[in-house]
Design a protein around this ligand. Structure first.
Ligand code: SER
Length: 891
């Protein structure tokens, strides 16, 4: 049965049981505590916890998921995929175990010709949580599964949560026995390779707190309502129903294996190691496709890093298969051809996705070469020192600077017969992570105290957020948090975090920085330093108490600094204007990948290869300022996600189905973006917009920076002052300035050239006298000379060759000349053929001289050059050359 058919039967079965069919949410998790959507339930977390009313009581979906915890297992086992799809059915306070269990059994066992999956009852096993008598009873009594086929297991396997705070509960799993050839008898309790888990039914009744592990974690209490969350692994069911050995061979994945093996000229199934690599390629290419499709771009942190790692592992696997040429773009197309059957939006976006993947491969292939050199050097040094193990610092450098996944380093070292200090590497990684975490903690208001904020949210509900409508509110202080814990109050001088019932402050998000302002109460005030939203729905202010004491329960006036807000609006609208201008000038593929704006300043990152020309930069600035002049109306409206898509709004990543989104327009269709920020009312209020820079921020990504409003004016005023100073200095008018400076630079260059010519002539003038009176060193004519200040080593080389020519070929001769170029001592040595026959070689002599100067050098036997650091020892270095000539001919 094709994967698409399994998916279709799933949705239609549950639709028939009164479920709303919900499209897959983005892989970019809508839950801020998760990097990716790791399960079908993630988009529904607010409904499962009861924090938001569910728009439906029953839902069903096939959700795209990414999990990379078991990335090392990919390709080696039958069932680990970094990208997979989860079929799910959900009840939000509606039905519970009594329906979820029989329905699951019905769908799994109904024969295929009657619309089910047709698994044979004798192949099926079930597990339940050891204390869940109710589920056990339903399975054995109501459904009629033989009791010996229902196993009771502990919390490690049968109590499910996302791994962090959120809804949780006991679960029950359905397994398929793949036969004695694949492992031991005894059911899933004994062997999870033979018995493949296909479906997990979670009975979500409780809320998990922070801490603990999968075997034991704090349970905070019951959820307001009992929910059902089930997840069936689409790929697992597909490989079982398609009679394949593993999930990489199903119809949606195998074409990539075929394409990769054709490129590599290997036959799948002939060699175990090659097969594993082909499966890694197929899995990672598909994950890459789906992640880039959902707007993730390769980077060095968070989601971007995970994507980068996947793509680089795929490049490396292809390389180990013997494919040196770029291949990922082609393989991505093959994967997309399959995946587009379920995700048609991939087709329209394919050009961009392939470009991102190809650029990443290109950039890794570039560092692969330098990284390989670094590793080879490290291996050589290790061996030369009699060691066996490449130091951890090198592996870390390769990882950190050249983007080498550690297993690539391990593998490459192994090929050369040495190991790598992996333990040390992991310690360095942990240190780096700790640093990053500490950094994040120190930066992000509220990040440390998420637990405390969840409590406030449960007790008082979401913040009444007034940022769009007013700049001041009368508010009461719901909580004062010092570090991690709530405190009753904080006195003068303290920096604490404050939750208000109502606030006009904009919390940093969507690239817009937080508002500044004050809290004022009877007998005290505080300055607002930062505003964040550490948990959805709750706005947290980081404040410094300026006088008095801030206390829980206090009434205060929360006031945003009005000038700050005006400037912030200018910067944010300016960002949209620049984005639209960029797309107008460069075309629609110039898509924003990130942005940041604060009063007076904005920057915008966008996918684009190569720098902008001066003309393009001017055009962008011009288009932006014309839009400002045109005084376009700016408006915001709320709509559903599909409406926003139809409307053509940009940046549709990471939104959840069911939520309303906000679309901000400037001049109607001229600029339409999904955006939660604050904006000016008309484009003219942005004021002058000056592009101040355009630079690269990683492979295939550019950054435009600009200043707006009064900062834009000031920037231009500073440039005007600069021009005024220069015209005065040059004694000319503004119109003639460039010409005058150009003339001057030209004259200076000419003078420099003249000076160099004179120097060279002076240096070369020494040739005659030098050739006339060489020193005789045991029969070798030796001419040594300190030429003093020279323009470059070229002068010394010319002199050495001139003197060698004048000394003739008859008798052995050596010329050693030294000089100082730009403060650095240099030596050039030349030998004639007779001298070389006598064993006098320029390379060795230069090394001796350079050694005296505290440096190094080298070259051929007839001409060599070196340098050092200590110019005062030049005379000594030349004498050392003479001594060595003596030693060479007498030994
Ligand atoms: N949330 C559960 C899982 O991911 C069931 O959907 O396994």
């Amino acid at each position: 049965m094709e994967t698409a058919e399994i998916r279709r039967r799933w949705l239609s079965f549950f639709e028939g049981k009164g479920h709303t069919v919900v499209p897959s949410a983005s892989l970019v998790s809508p839950d801020p505590t998760l990097l990716f959507t790791v399960a079908g339930m993630v988009p529904f977390i607010p409904y499962l916890t009861g924090r938001e009313p569910a728009p439906f009581e029953r839902a069903t979906s096939v959700q795209k998921c990414v999990r990379t915890l078991d990335i090392e297992e990919v390709g080696k086992t039958t069932r680990h995929g970094t990208f997979f799809q989860m079929n799910g059915n959900f009840s939000f306070g509606d039905y519970f175990k009594e329906k979820a269990i029989p329905w699951a059994w019905e769908l799994v066992t109904t024969p295929q010709d009657q619309g089910g999956y047709g698994f044979a009852v004798e192949d099926l096993w079930v597990t339940v949580y050891e204390e869940d008598d109710e589920a056990y009873r339903i399975w054995t009594r109501d459904v009629g599964v033989a009791p010996e086929r229902v196993q009771r297991l502990g919390a490690g396997t049968n109590y499910w949560s996302t791994g962090g705070p959120g809804p949780c509960g006991p679960c029950s799993e359905i397994f398929v026995d793949t036969g004695p050839a694949n492992g031991r008898d005894g059911g899933p309790a004994v062997d999870e390779d033979r018995y493949i888990e296909i479906w997990n039914l979670v009975f979500m009744e409780f809320e998990r707190g922070e801490g603990g592990d999968k075997n034991s974690f704090p349970v905070l209490g019951e959820l307001p309502r009992k929910n059902i969350d089930t997840g069936m692994g689409l790929e697992r069911v597909a490989y079982l129903l398609q009679g394949k050995d593993n999930m990489y061979e199903i119809d949606e994945v195998f074409p990539v294996i075929e394409a990769a093996s054709a490129m590599a000229g290997v036959r799948y199934g002939a060699d175990h190691d090659a097969d594993v690599r082909l499966r890694v390629v197929a899995d990672h290419v598909r994950s890459g496709l789906m992640l880039v499709g959902d707007g993730v771009r390769p980077g060095n942190e968070g989601r971007g890093y995970v994507l980068r790692r996947l793509l680089r592992r795929a490049v490396r696997a292809m390389r180990l298969l013997g494919v040196e040429e770029p291949s990922l773009a082609q393989l991505t197309r093959v994967s997309a051809e399959r995946m587009a059957r379920s995700y048609p939006e991939l087709e329209a976006d394919l050009g961009r996705v392939v470009e991102v993947v190809g650029t990443e491969e290109e950039s890794f292939r570039r560092t692969l070469v330098s990284g390989t050199t670094i590793l080879d050097t490290a291996v050589r040094e290790t061996k030369a020192a009699g060691g066996q193990q490449v130091p951890a610092a090198r592996a870390f450098q390769l990882h950190d600077t050249y983007g080498f996944p550690i297993d690539l380093t391990l593998e490459m070292a192994r090929e050369q017969g040495v190991t790598v200090d992996e333990q040390g590497f992991r310690e360095l990684m942990t240190e780096q992570k700790e640093r990053a975490r500490a950094d994040a903690r120190s930066k992000r208001t509220g990040a440390a105290a998420v637990g405390a904020y969840r409590d406030v949210l449960s007790a008082s509900g979401p913040t009444d957020w007034q940022a769009y409508t007013t700049l001041t509110t009368t508010s009461s202080v719901l909580a004062v948090v010092d570090g991690v814990d709530p405190v009753p109050s904080a006195e003068v001088g303290r920096v604490v975090e404050v939750v208000l019932d109502r606030t006009p402050f904009y919390a940093e998000s969507g690239g817009q920085s937080a508002d500044a302002g004050t809290l004022v109460w009877d007998g005290g005030s505080a300055e607002v330093l930062d505003v964040q939203r550490p948990v959805k729905g709750l706005v947290v202010h980081q404040v410094r108490v300026l006088d008095g004491e801030i206390t829980q329960g206090l009434q205060c006036e929360a006031a945003v600094d009005p000038q700050w807000r005006v400037d912030a609006c200018q910067a944010h609208s300016g960002t949209h204007v620049v984005h639209a201008a960029l797309r107008q000038v460069l075309g629609p593929s110039a898509q924003q990948s990130g942005s940041y704006n604060r009063p007076g300043y904005l920057r915008l990152d966008f996918g684009w290869k190569g720098g902008l020309s001066a003309q393009q930069r001017r055009d962008v600035e011009d288009v932006a300022n014309l839009a400002v002049r045109d005084d376009l109306p700016v408006s915001a409206q709320w709509m559903t996600l599909p409406e926003a898509k139809d409307f053509g709004a940009l940046a549709l990543f990471g939104e959840t189905y069911g939520e309303e989104v906000r679309v901000v327009e400037i001049g109607g269709p001229w600029s339409r973006e999904l955006c939660g920020g604050t904006h000016v009312r008309r484009s003219s209020q942005v004021g002058p917009l000056v592009v101040t820079g355009e630079s690269s921020v990683g492979a295939g990504n550019r950054r435009v920076e600009a200043v707006v409003g009064v900062e834009g004016f000031r920037y231009l005023a500073r440039e005007r002052d600069l021009v005024a100073q220069l015209t005065e200095l040059m004694g000319t008018s503004q119109g003639d300035l460039v010409g005058r400076v150009g003339d001057m630079v030209g004259r200076l260059r000419e003078a420099d050239r003249e000076l160099a010519r004179t120097r060279t002539e002076r240096v070369l003038a020494a040739a005659g006298p030098l050739a006339a009176a060489p020193t005789d060193v045991f029969g070798v004519a030796c001419a040594t000379h300190d030429a003093g200040e020279v323009a470059s080593a070229d002068d010394l080389r010319a002199l050495a060759l001139d003197v060698r020519g004048r000394l003739g070929a008859e008798r052995p001769s050596v010329v050693a000349v030294g000089g100082v170029a730009k403060g650095r001592p240099l030596v050039v040595v030349a030998t004639n053929e007779r001298a070389r026959e006598w064993g006098v070689k320029a390379g060795a002599l230069v090394r001796t001289a350079a050694g005296v100067l505290g440096g190094g050098g080298g070259g051929k036997d007839d001409l060599a050059q070196g340098g050092g650091a200590d110019a005062s020892r030049l005379g000594e270095a030349l004498t050392a050359v003479e001594h060595q000539v003596g030693a060479a001919v007498t030994s």
